[in-house]
Ligand binder design. Structure first.
Ligand SMILES: *Cc1c(COP(=O)(O)O)cnc(C)c1O
Length: 386
């Protein structure tokens, strides 16, 4: 069905940061399939793990023990500080699990209509509950009636959350992206997450972070919340976890980790041996090649490079980001830059109408970063000079 307006290109093959189309033209992929292919394309370690596992065992269902799923859960808990994991197949499903956990948590405290505080400009997915949580009318329009039980506040506004805490509400949780991705690479103030943590502690609310875009090394830490010293109660991940193999996960600790019980939630495919093996290979590669540190260093290089080349350009209103999640905001809509970049052999994205979004793979080298800086800077300055 025509859910996407697709660009006029088809890719046939990839290697690292590079893609080749059906005519043999080469492209630098500074978007990574929207933060998915963090190890680049056709990663040998992931390819080998998939091929081996496909020959051994792909699926048995969650009616039986799955060693690889348990190993992956242990690894994710170790890097995140969480205690238990529910596996699924996408980001939206990971957030659905978080929403269901919050509701069970609320009912456990005798709140019959538990509500989750969510943000303006947020993005949490396309299922009914996650599109309701999403703070973008375009995502919701036409799908009414929406799901009940969400309270919306502006992003990066602790006072707005405190106000809900002081008025009588049925709030039981806060669901927030540490950096808004689809909303325009919106980086909150430094104390924002810590502020949410302390309000949640005071109120007995669950702090739930959607790290589907920010997680698994993208911002220069395994998780974006690790830039501050705090632990959320629930963390959702997906995108980069399988480097393109569909897998999502909802991680939790404390009482949030005990809400789901046999019979209360489930999935046919989630955490099967094939996707778990792929995700283990992804974590192995990120660790052995020190890619989290690389994301931090290359991210810094890109930010500085763009600030040098573009901060004095009229029409560029902001250059921001964290690690390899970078936004260049213009004073005008710039969606057509995507097509122009494509014509020059570069894959980028524009989100929130006027923000050029770059999500290059964690394997980006400093030489490739220089190419990105030059190509994107030229593109943006030529566009703004017209
Ligand atoms: C992509 C994304 C989702 C949705 O993930 P799907 O796999 O497309 O369902 C949810 N939250 C955030 C922050 C995302 O970036």
């Amino acid at each position: 069905m025509s859910t996407y307006t697709r660009l006029p290109v088809r890719f046939e093959r990839g290697e690292g940061i590079w893609l080749w189309d059906t005519e043999g033209r080469q492209y630098l992929d500074a978007l990574s399939g929207i933060a998915v292919c963090a190890l680049g394309h056709a990663h040998p370690g992931v390819a080998q793990a998939l091929a081996e596992q496909a020959r051994r065992l792909v699926h048995t269902s969650n009616l039986y023990g799955i060693d690889l799923q348990e190993q992956l859960a242990d690894r994710l808990c170790k890097i995140s500080g969480m205690e238990r994991v529910f596996f699924c197949n996408s980001g939206a499903e990971a957030n659905e699990a978080a929403i269901k956990i919050a509701r069970l948590y609320g009912h456990g405290r005798d709140i019959t209509c538990p509500a989750i505080i969510v943000m303006e400009n947020s993005f949490h997915g396309r299922t009914m509950a996650t599109l309701t949580a999403t703070g973008n009318r375009k995502v919701q329009a036409g799908f009414e009636p929406l799901v009940r039980g969400f309270i919306r506040v502006p992003f990066n506004d602790l006072e707005a959350i405190r106000t809900i805490a002081t008025t009588k509400s049925d709030a039981v949780a806060v669901l927030v992206e540490p950096i808004q991705g689809e909303g325009g690479i919106n980086v909150p103030d430094e104390n924002y997450l810590a502020g949410i943590r302390s309000i949640c502690d005071e109120q007995g609310w669950l702090m739930m972070l959607d790290e589907i875009q920010t997680g698994i090394g993208r911002t220069g830490n395994w998780f974006a919340f690790q830039h501050e010293s705090l632990l959320p109660d629930v963390v959702t991940v997906a995108k980069a976890l399988g480097n393109g193999v569909p897998i999502g996960a909802c991680l939790a600790r404390g009482s949030a980790a005990e809400c789901l019980q046999p019979g209360s939630h489930g999935t046919t495919f989630g955490g099967n041996p094939l996707s778990a093996r792929a995700a283990l290979a992804v974590l192995d590669a990120i660790e052995s090649d020190d890619l989290v540190a690389n994301a931090r260093a290359i991210g810094q290089q890109l930010l500085e490079g763009f600030r040098n080349s573009l901060s004095d350009t009229a029409g560029v209103t902001d250059i921001r980001g964290s690690g390899l999640m970078i936004g260049i905001e213009l004073d005008r809509p710039c969606g057509e830059l995507v097509r122009r970049a494509l014509e020059r052999g570069l894959l980028i994205n524009v989100t929130a109408d006027r923000v050029v979004r770059l999500l290059p793979p964690l394997v980006t080298t400093d030489h490739q970063a220089e190419i990105i800086i030059e190509k994107v800077s030229d593109l943006v300055s030529e566009f703004l000079a017209e």
